[in-house]
Design a protein around this ligand. Structure first.
Ligand SMILES: CC(C)(COP(=O)(O)OP(=O)(O)OC[C@H]1O[C@@H](n2cnc3c(N)ncnc32)[C@H](O)[C@@H]1OP(=O)(O)O)[C@@H](O)C(=O)NCCC(=O)NCCS
Length: 429
């Protein structure tokens, strides 16, 4: 067997041998296929990059058919159970697990960069009273580039490290302050005695008490959620970070683009839709008629199905367990019973089985967030905080990858050509 593709161009009768490497052919090799010397070479039309690899990456592995997700080779189940978010962040960015000394130094660095410049606080206060927290987060992450102009020096390894530490450290501060602003509550400064996730909860919920003491079970559940969202290879927001980062801009600007991409309902917003759906169903008796409606094509069962996973999304299994832990603290949410029943029925129903539709990460996450008393607008902010190490790991890989170029897709031009322009004074006579 030869690892190549033989292509015959029926326009010219010419045959080409295109090498196959890692299950891909190089688009540039297709570019050598031309109808005439003058015409442009053959290109691939692939809106949404449905079947185009944009990079080589060693960060995250997904096998959607088997329901496998691994960060740097470690199964997500093991990381969620035995690691913590900051260790996972280290792993994603550095590629290996830290030694004790490396871990301690990493946690220390992140803990001591959680504060932001006071001017960040004043401009965040300037947002409208009803500003969406994702808009605030996107703007404030982008604005960090003005506070750290040295971040533009992306060719320096120490400098890159510093900016990645800053961003992971400050994201919860910015996220929590976006939330407090919407609530009209004073901003809470970071508490460096608390761990990463506990400190985030403190900045979100602390009022007049001297010290905020979160329930450890809630801290663990939120930490697990951050781990589950930490990376997911070349998704829309990661692609945005890479695409903007490919211009060699500073990482704050690149990550702000990622936050923008995540803001969209097709990406970060599905968990909110699940909650709305569960509320509308209202009680278990209404499930059969709801399922009939889905099967008749009236609507979708939100939180089910995935472009990549054609099996149980491994993150959904872990989240289901986290939901139980959280409800132990907060009391159960009646919507959980509806969700469990829906899942049971759907997993046995031929419609869903045939189409390989299983619960995805969003099916249970909204329920957990609601138990924390987060309003739906905050759900995507939580996702963004979790995804930050993944965006940075991918950005870091990009800037060191000699094969990468500025992202610049081709187009198929469908407009007019060679029109003759008449000035407005003639056209409007
Ligand atoms: C995630 C999603 C966009 C993936 O879409 P996709 O890979 O393009 O899959 P398709 O839309 O081609 O779906 C294949 C079939 O399953 C059906 N299907 C997919 N998701 C479904 C759902 N959640 N409920 C009911 N039917 C669904 C489609 O109607 C289609 O049926 P058909 O073959 O009879 O036309 C889709 O499953 C979806 O919309 N799910 C609900 C939203 C959601 O939970 N999003 C979060 C993703 S993390």
């Amino acid at each position: 067997m030869t690892d190549s593709l033989t292509v015959r161009d029926n326009r010219t009768g010419q045959e080409y041998d295109v090498p196959i490497v890692d299950g891909t052919i190089r688009a540039a090799d297709l570019g050598k296929i031309k109808a005439t010397e003058e015409t442009p070479g053959l290109a691939v039309y692939d809106p949404g990059f449905v079947n185009t690899a944009s990079c080589r990456s060693a960060v995250t592995y997904i096998d959607g058919e088997k329901g496998i997700l691994e960060y740097r080779g470690y199964p997500i189940e093991q990381l969620a159970e035995k690691s913590n978010f900051l260790e996972v962040a280290y792993l994603l960015i550095n590629g290996t697990l830290p030694s004790k000394a490396e871990y301690d130094a990493w946690v220390h660095e992140i803990t001591y960069h959680t504060f932001v410049h006071e001017n960040v606080k004043s401009f965040m206060e300037g947002f409208r009273y009803d500003a969406h927290p994702m808009g605030m987060l996107m703007a404030s992450v982008g604005a960090l580039s003005t506070f750290y102009p040295d971040a533009r020096n992306i060719s320096d390894a120490d400098n890159r490290h510093m900016q990645m530490v800053r961003m992971i450290a400050k994201m919860p501060t910015l996220g929590a302050w976006s939330f407090r602003h919407a609530q009209g509550k004073p901003f809470v400064y970071p508490d460096n005695d608390l761990g990463y996730t506990a400190n985030f909860l403190s900045m979100l919920f602390k009022m007049s008490e001297q010290k905020y003491e979160p329930d450890e079970r809630l801290v663990k559940a939120l930490d697990v959620l951050f781990i589950l969202h930490a990376d997911h290879e070349q998704n829309c927001s990661t692609n945005a970070v890479r695409s903007v980062g490919s211009s060699q801009v500073d990482p704050y600007s690149a990550v702000a683009a990622g936050v923008g991409a995540l803001f969209g309902p097709l990406h970060g917003g599905a968990n909110e839709a699940v909650l709305r759906m569960l509320r509308r169903i209202g009680s278990k008796e209404n499930i059969p008629s709801f399922i009939d409606g889905v099967k008749n094509g009236n609507e979708k069962l939100m939180g089910f199905g995935h472009r990549v996973y054609k099996n149980y999304d491994p993150r959904a299994k872990i989240i289901k367990k986290s939901a139980e832990d959280v409800f132990e603290v907060t009391g159960t949410n009646p919507l959980l019973d509806i969700a469990l029943e829906l899942e049971k029925i759907a997993l046995e129903d031929e419609y869903f089985v045939k189409r390989k539709l299983y619960p995805n990460v969003d099916f249970y996450s909204g329920l957990i967030y609601e138990a924390f008393q987060f309003p739906p607008e905050m759900f995507t902010v939580l996702f963004a905080i979790g995804r930050t190490p993944g965006w940075l790991a991918q950005w870091h890989e990009l800037v060191q990858d000699k094969e990468q170029k500025i992202a610049r897709p081709k187009q198929i031009y469908t407009g007019d050509r060679q029109l003759t322009f008449a000035p407005a004074s003639e056209r409007w006579r």
